[in-house]
Design a protein around this ligand. Structure first.
Ligand SMILES: [Zn+2]
Ligand SMILES: [Zn+2]
Length: 147
């Protein structure tokens, strides 16, 4: 079964400099966009595009670095990136240790399966950052969402 809502993916890519290779093999649990200020800073754009996958679906090779910050929910949110070229890899929340939040753009050219189902932190979405009108908006987090 490979439904568009929860596709099963098998993708491998390298960061811009090639130091880190990352693979995701398995089911996507959820797909979303986030307009929080941290995602705006981390992506250099209006929102992040993220696929949530089980931790077991992700493997990576090469030394990455990470940065911890407190999230709005009180959890610790950790972003992983390539220390050489800065390419974002994935994030994780202390509240959802079994989930990794993949930066969909890492798989540029192999991410046509991505079909976001919501925009979170819509309260800080900017008018210039166009997001499809039909996407449900949540001011901050959706209920029952890893945060
Ligand atoms: Zn790199
Ligand atoms: Zn965010």
């Amino acid at each position: 079964m490979n439904s568009p809502k929860r596709p099963v993916i098998d993708v491998t890519a390298k960061c811009a400099c090639g130091a880190v290779e990352m693979s995701v093999r398995g089911p996507v649990v959820s797909m979303l966009m986030c307009s929080c200020f941290d995602c705006q800073r981390a992506t250099g754009s209006g929102h992040s595009s993220v696929a949530l996958v089980p931790v077991a679906a992700l493997s990576s090779d090469g030394a990455s670095k990470s940065f911890d910050r407190p999230s709005d929910s009180g959890a610790t949110f950790t972003r992983h990136f390539c220390p050489q070229c800065g390419t974002p890899l994935y994030g994780q929340s202390s509240r959802a240790p079994d989930i990794r939040m993949i930066s969909v753009g890492f798989f540029a050219g192999q991410n046509d399966w991505f079909a976001p189902n919501q925009l979170i932190f819509a309260r800080s979405q900017q008018a210039w950052d166009l997001v499809a009108d039909h996407l449900p908006r949540h001011d901050t987090y959706r209920e029952n969402q890893p945060r």
